[in-house]
Ligand binder design. Structure first.
Ligand code: DGL
Length: 259
């Protein structure tokens, strides 16, 4: 059976791989982290669309049966124009569907600058429920803080407090973690927004949707076809360190060049 291709701008998409592993233990993953061109979250829609198509093409060349665009920014900016002969899932629609299902009416969305500017979550949420109030907040410092490994650090707490204050003031009851890195900050975020606010992890939502869809299309693997494989486009040292933290095990990496 062929692997599922998972693509992200870097290491954060491994939070989606971890969710896939929990939901679909029989599947094998081929992961591509475009570490050479990270971050995507500050780039223009045209650039993100071009990079995303190239990344998906590489996964297709390697024979994947389906693609998960784990990167929220790429899902927000590049999905509509993406060409692929195999099914492609992004994280925005599953995350929005889950938030619309649980919210009492006020949804906060935290994401990169480009994702917030695109209003992709806002559109997907309001398409499902016109009554929803959606408040977006970009949190550009979260990605470097996570990559530094400062998940529970007082500095991270302070930064998160500042980003979340406007959302709490608007009385949100649901908070969408609209970036691959943010599930790693969930304990800090949950403490700050309080127990009455539901956190929605878009990576977990896409894994749940994929499990149902692969079964419906007869694409579920009957047995694993080998180990997960990880491709990166640049220096692997930092990726390896974070990968171990996210997946709970060391991974070996293959360096690929994208032209
Ligand atoms: N993977 C990106 C996202 O989920 C965050 C990192 C980046 O800016 O490339 O939006």
């Amino acid at each position: 059976m062929q692997p599922i291709g998972v693509f992200d701008s870097g290491v954060g998409g491994l939070t989606v791989v971890a969710a896939l592993r929990r939901r679909l233990p029989g599947e094998t993953v081929l992961y591509l982290g475009d570490t050479a061109r990270l971050p995507y979250g500050t780039k223009s829609p045209a650039t993100v669309a071009r990079y995303t198509q190239r990344n998906v093409d590489l996964l297709l060349e390697r024979g994947v049966k389906a693609v998960v665009v784990a990167c929220n920014t790429a899902s927000a900016l590049a999905l509509p124009a993406l060409r692929s002969p195999v099914p492609v899932w992004g994280v925005i629609e599953p995350g929005a569907a889950r938030a619309a299902a649980v919210s009492a009416g006020r949804v906060g969305v935290i994401a990169t600058e480009s994702t917030i500017r695109s209003d992709a979550y806002g559109k997907a949420l309001r398409r499902r429920r016109a009554d929803l109030l959606v408040v977006g907040q970009s949190c550009p410092l979260f990605v470097p803080l996570v990559e530094e490994g400062w998940l529970e650090d007082p500095v991270t707490h302070l930064v998160a407090e500042r980003y979340l204050a406007p959302l709490s003031e608007r009385g949100i009851d649901t908070l969408v973690l609209g970036c691959t890195h943010y599930p790693l900050l969930a304990p800090v975020l949950a403490r700050l927004v309080g127990a009455e606010v539901t956190l929605v992890d878009s990576g977990e939502a896409v894994a749940a949707e994929l499990a149902g869809e692969l079964a419906a299309r007869g694409l579920l693997a009957s047995a694993r076809c080998g180990e997960d494989h990880f491709l990166v486009t640049d220096a692997a040292e930092r990726f390896g360190r974070l990968a171990e933290r996210i997946l709970g095990r060391a991974v070996s990496l293959e360096l690929v060049e994208l032209v």
